[in-house]
Design a protein around this ligand. Structure first.
Ligand code: FAD
Ligand code: NAI
Length: 471
């Protein structure tokens, strides 16, 4: 790495936002440096987020299915055992394979990967405290802040990642707890609750709002999801707020308060998972040295071209506005490089899919029914249950439905909400349709292979004008 050379782009953070921007800028022929302090690339998503959690979700589902869902399929299994250490090893293999892959891609695209913590000296120079000792300074014509986010702590309950954990502890427990209370019934809470509940932990989810799923999940879908998760053994306390916690005893205790007139209660548990959201991470970045302001939630303030108030310093990903999702960060990373290089770029924020990888999966894109109601936008609904889909029936896997919302006048698709097996893959079809401005008739007139779960998607489109064939 040549430290005397001024870079076209210096990126602080090698998460999804940072590494994708680095590759894209390398492809555009720019001289790029990417500074990452973790020791591996891929950020939260690859190291402690999307990837490890999905490994645990996939394999715990397999285990749970072998235990509870084979007899009716004519499969008799013997002694089934979980080897937690190897179960975790499988996750680690997925993570290390992918993070090394990203390092290879940076090299391939001529990006200088600097292992260390970056901080602003001034508007163009970044000081790096190198991971293996020593320091250096990198100068950039353009700088990209891509420092991501961290778990929001619960006040008064110190995180030790053993008994009081965030998602990072939840993907690395070395024994199966007997009981777990999850504070927050959002996506992290429900995914991690699923993993440990399948392995045998008695899980109680405490959620402040009247529905699970976090922001954006359609209320009808959230209700069905809760029912299915309950059937799997999870307990829910909705409209309930955790007020305080104490971990000085053998068990961790939580004081909860029922929002709607119920009486206060004390919950006692082996492990508490704090999953009340994530907050932008800018610690140690030296933003004070360049007079950069944050908004009231700690987010870096940007304009529609990802520029901060210092125009050659831009920012994308979890550390700024918008949903904290890896694919959102990735879209922005490509767009911001296009803005720098060509002066134009594009992200359609109305068309970013969400997927919750529980079983069944829950996925949606576009507007929910309550969002349309709140804005007084008229809509038509079409739903199709998987219990009427031939593939789901064949697979003995019929929980869930596809719900489609469309404009009653123009028939334009407004939103798709799916709960069901493979919903996370199926939502790609809804996202494409929404991005291209499809009508539900366009979808209904598109031939779908038989027998597939995707036929439920087509039939839900037909159902918006009450013309489903199989229901
Ligand atoms: P990050 O991935 O957080 O990366 C920022 C990087 O910057 C970090 O590696 C950090 O070490 C580095 N950094 C910070 N400050 C400095 C500095 N001063 N110098 C050098 N380096 C620095 N999203 C999905 O879309 N799908 C999922 O299934 C999903 N699952 C998730 C599961 C969990 C448990 C969690 C916690 C998150 C999940 N997410 C998921 C969210 C996803 O991980 C984030 O949206 C995504 O990682 C954001 O990317 P980013 O690059 O903005 O930030
Ligand atoms: P979240 O915002 O989705 O959910 C947090 C929940 O906690 C909310 O429902 C909130 O009402 C509740 N809550 C807050 N304080 C509470 C209290 N004191 N008592 C009880 N409940 C309380 O945040 P979460 O689940 O931590 O996830 C953070 C981010 O990570 C999300 O933005 C999500 O997009 C991302 N993520 C995405 C995944 C995916 O795409 N599959 C998986 C995991 C995370």
């Amino acid at each position: 790495y040549n430290s005397s050379e001024e870079k076209d782009l210096v990126i602080i953070g090698g998460g999804v936002a940072g590494y994708v921007a680095a590759i894209k800028a390398g492809q555009e022929g720019m001289k790029v440096a990417c500074i990452e302090k973790r020791g591996t690339l891929g950020g939260t998503c690859l190291n402690v987020g999307c990837i490890p959690s999905k490994s645990l979700l996939n394999n715990s589902h397999l285990y749970h299915q072998i235990l509870h869902d084979t007899k009716n399929r004519g499969i008799e299994v013997g002694d089934v055992k979980l080897n937690l250490a190897n179960f975790m090893k499988a996750k680690d293999t997925a993570v290390s394979g992918l993070t090394k892959g990203v390092e290879f891609l940076l090299k391939k695209n001529g990006v200088d990967y600097i292992k260390g913590a970056g901080s602003f000296v001034n508007e163009n120079d970044i000081h790096v405290a190198l991971n293996d000792g020593g320091e250096t300074t990198v100068r950039g014509k353009n700088i990209l802040i891509a420092t991501g986010s961290e778990a929001t702590p619960f006040p008064g309950l110190e995180i030790d990642e053993k008994r009081v954990i965030t998602s990072t502890g939840a993907i690395a427990l070395d024994k199966i707890p007997e009981t777990m209370v999850v504070i927050g019934g959002g996506i992290i809470g429900l995914e991690m609750a699923s993993v440990w509940s399948r392995l045998g932990t008695k899980v109680t989810v405490v959620e402040f709002l009247s529905q699970i799923g976090g922001p954006g999940m359609d209320t009808e879908i959230a209700k069905s999801t809760q029912k299915l998760l309950k059937k799997q053994g999870m307990d829910f306390r909705l409209n309930t707020k955790v007020v305080s916690g104490d971990k000085s005893g053998e068990k961790v205790t939580l004081e909860v308060d029922a929002a709607k007139g119920g009486k206060p209660e004390t919950l006692s548990t082996d492990v508490v998972l704090v999953a009340i959201g994530r907050r932008p991470y800018t610690q140690g970045l030296g933003l004070e040295n360049i007079g950069m302001e944050l908004d009231e939630r700690g987010r870096v303030i940007i304009d529609s071209e990802y520029r901060t108030k210092i125009p050659h310093i831009r920012c994308v990903g979890d550390v700024t506005f918008g949903p904290m999702l890896a694919h959102k960060a990735e879209e922005e990373a490509v767009a911001v490089v296009e803005y720098i290089k060509k002066g134009y770029g594009h992200v359609n924020y109305g068309c970013i899919p969400s997927v919750m990888y529980t079983y069944p999966e829950v996925a949606w894109v576009g507007q929910s029914e309550q969002e349309l109601k709140n804005q007084k936008i008229p809509y038509r609904v079409g739903t199709f249950p998987f219990s009427a889909n031939s593939r789901a029936k064949t697979n003995l896997d019929t929980d869930g439905l596809v719900k489609m919302l469309a404009d009653p006048e123009t028939d334009r698709l407004l939103g798709v909400h799916i709960i069901g097996p493979n919903a996370g893959e199926m939502i790609a079809e809804g996202t494409l349709a929404l991005e291209y401005g499809a009508s539900t008739e366009d979808i209904a007139r598109t031939c779908h292979a038989h027998p597939t779960l995707a036929e439920a998607f087509k039939e839900a489109a037909m159902a918006t004008s009450s013309k489903a064939i199989h229901f």
